[in-house]
Design a binder for this molecule. Structure first.
Ligand SMILES: *[C@@H]1O[C@H](CO)[C@@H](O)[C@H](O)[C@H]1NC(C)=O
Length: 341
């Protein structure tokens, strides 16, 4: 009896120790040009609280995960020595998760640069953004994938309408009970609805952590693995900033998802995530589908002679109903040529 009661306290103690360890790791002295020297000399380095320090821990060493001085920008490095990544301290069940990324310019063939969520469980859920590197002059391909209850195989790939190596762009995942929407800047590039009524698993029971990583995917990433990674072009680097999350937190020590399925969380998610695409967003999604899609598991008859049951519902067009018919004029606008976009 005593033993049973002792358990939560042991767990709590372990957690506190773990938190202290993380804090200790994060509060390494800042190296500053100029004024920082005096503080360091006094043995009291200033701890700069920042988005990345607050939200993430590094899965790489200091040579492969670098923070800007203010801690608001992170750089991942992939070289012969190691791959790299970072992971969130918090798990979420539903929410809006977004970050700005700028991927490696020049030859990036064989590299994979990611931003994703995962439950890390046995039958895991996962929502992926994966940049598949390419040779100079050939565009990056942006792959999205959805895993539910351990089953993935739902890849879509698009070309982008801009150069993702030239500037930062925002990549976000809107995830609620009804729908998952992958967004690039203001443009929805993919929707994935809850089709549990068709027997299709949907990620809505397991909290997920947030991850970013950069690794060697030369076996498959570039032209199905035909183009290998060229190490003499390394180090490969990707930069991340403006991390933003609004979602229902499921702390590790609780493991309890009930609060995230309550009415209160519904209100939060209504505010935080897109639940229905409006006409303008549907038009953009269709534009992406018609012009940018380079691979879709739904139309891959070699892999799947019988299409997945959810495919007919996830194109965004079926969703539109009368709204879209009424606005057919908008339908063929090209977002890349419309200044207001
Ligand atoms: C790898 O890059 C080096 C340096 O740019 C180049 O000389 C070499 O030909 C490349 N190797 C392959 C297999 O493309």
């Amino acid at each position: 009896m005593l033993f049973q009661q002792g358990w939560p306290w042991l767990l709590l103690l372990a957690l506190v120790l773990a938190l202290l360890a993380v804090k200790a790791h994060c509060s390494r002295p800042e190296v500053r040009a100029g004024g920082g020297g005096a503080a360091a000399a006094a043995g009291r380095a200033k701890y700069v609280e920042s988005t990345f320090r607050r939200h993430f821990w590094s899965t790489a060493d200091a040579d492969h995960y670098k923070l800007s001085e203010d801690g608001e920008e992170a750089e991942l490095v992939l070289d012969r020595v190691a791959a790299s990544g970072f992971a969130s301290n918090t798990r979420y069940l539903f929410g809006r998760i977004s970050i700005q990324m700028k991927v490696h310019p020049g030859d990036s063939a064989g590299t994979v640069t990611t931003f994703y969520t995962s439950s890390l469980s046995g039958k895991h859920d996962e929502l992926d953004f994966e940049f598949l590197g390419n040779e100079v002059g050939k565009p990056y391909v942006l792959q999205t994938n959805v895993y539910a209850s351990g089953v993935g195989d739902r890849e879509q790939r698009i070309k982008l309408w801009f150069d993702p190596t030239a500037d930062f762009h925002t990549y976000s995942i809107h995830w609620n009970k009804k729908i998952i929407i992958f967004m690039v800047d203001e443009t929805p590039i993919r929707i994935y609805k809850n089709n549990e009524d068709l027997g299709v698993p949907y990620p809505c029971r397991q909290p997920m952590s947030v991850f970013a990583s950069m690794w060697n995917g030369e076996d498959w990433a570039t032209q199905s693995g035909a183009i290998k990674l060229n190490w003499s072009k390394s180090p490969f680097k990707a930069r991340y900033r403006h991390y933003d999350v609004e979602g229902c937190e499921v702390p590790w020590y609780k493991g309890e998802v009930t609060p995230c399925t309550s009415r209160k969380s519904d209100a939060l998610l209504k505010r935080a995530t897109i639940q229905h695409l409006n006409i303008e967003q549907l038009v953009r999604l269709q534009w992406v589908t018609e012009n940018m899609l380079v691979y879709d598991y739904c139309t891959d008859v070699y892999r799947y002679p019988k299409p997945h049951p959810e495919c007919s519902r996830n194109s965004g067009l079926q969703d539109s109903g009368q709204d879209l018919e009424a606005s057919n004029n908008f339908f063929y606008l090209d977002p890349s040529h419309t200044s207001s976009w």
